[in-house]
Write a new protein. Sequence first.
Lengths: 237, 279
Amino acid sequence: MSARVRGLTREFAGRRVLDGLDLTIDDGEFVALLGRSGSGKSTLLRLLAGLDDTSDAGVSGAVDVPGSVAVAFQEPRLLPWRSVRDNVALGLHRDLGTETPGTVADRALDEVGLTPRAGAWPLTLSGGEAQRASLARALVREPELLLLDEPFGALDALTRITMHTLVLDLWRRHRPGVLLVTHDVDEALLLADRVLVLADGRIGAEHLPGDRPRDPERLVALRRTVLDELGVAEDAT
Amino acid sequence: MSSSTLDRASGERAAAPPPAAARRRGPDLRRWISPVALVLLWQLASSTGLLAEDELASPLRVLTAAVDVTLTGELPEGLAVSLGRVLVGVALGLTVGVGLGLLSGLSRWGGLLVDPPVQMLRTLPHLALVPLFILWFGVGELPKVLLVALGVLFPMYLNVHAGVRGVDPKLIEAASVSGFTPAERLRHVVLPGAMPSTLTGLRLALGVAWLSIVVAETTAADAGLGYMIMNAREFLRTDVIVVGLAVYALLGLSTDALVRRLERTVLAWRPAGPAGADR
């Protein structure tokens, strides 16, 4: 089991953002979480990432996550004063055997196609390159649970398509459990084994888009349903 | 069960975009036209007697005097003494300023205990302490060094404190979820993040250091550049006074250039070069 959440409630100053939420992510399962702005998607992700204090008075319920969790954020959040390679290698404390953090980082950078920029300063990277570096940083930690917080949200449409392929590729090779938080219905249906819709502080709906490659007609129908659940009226003209 | 916790990021700090690329051009010689013209005008005014010798010596007389005081050893000795005072004072002020800045920036209690008194004392113009310093420490080296140190302390403290507190909380979060230990967070995230502000503080501090030594040495001294200037005043040697002033200016300029070079090396990661590096 990559993650298990039971009866999770999170309140901020009396406002209930999560309300008795249950969620299970199996080993190696790719789960996408959709929700409107302010639906608590990021709150849930931060609790899973350990960035929100579970002992806070506003939190109740059980959050079980594996020891190795990695996160890729919407902004790449690279340290601008360290090279791309250092950004991937720093803070790596797992047992590397005979390898050094540097060689492990180089291999990860190769996997995301960033080898030529390994020595570059992060502020000189394009948006897509920086996001690749951020993915490499998450991957070298060999996470059992990989949390993706709208990692493609700030990218242009073409770069986003490339990144979708890359993420699927990396997921197939490393098989972490994945929770992808996103606004993008198409992205969720395309990438995930299971698509969840967060509403009123808990999982409101669950969809299985089926085997890959996806059946286009089924995707169109699912898209319709999910948009309805999100309260988006789409003009079908 | 994950147990790593962190203060929730309060408020979004937009990453400041780097300033527009500072273009490096060769020196534009046209910029020298007016300064050279001014010096020529000055020389002309002196030669025609418009400018009396005991008010302001001519550029040529100043040059001759510069050679003279160098050969007699008056200038090198004074320079060595003044430089020594500034070095010791700056070292002292840097140590205390950076130390207090880190203490109050990094720890909640440090901030609560250190920040209020430092903020109160900083409103005091430190040069106004000269009379008190002379009463306490006499006219020896100690009051001069302490005056420099005090002048350095406040800009360093303020900028280190602001630098540490201003580190992007999102970077700290990313470091935490990437498995950084607290020591690694400090070393790789917080301290480098505070570096740009710290170097700005250093530049300000060195400017204040030279100002402080001028005031300290021209008030009461028996050695140093200021002493040379005050001595020259006794004999109406305006040429030597101007030499002293020029040396002070050159010293200030060169320390500033030194810090700018340091900025270019340490902050090489900033794509457009350090902000404000080009005047």
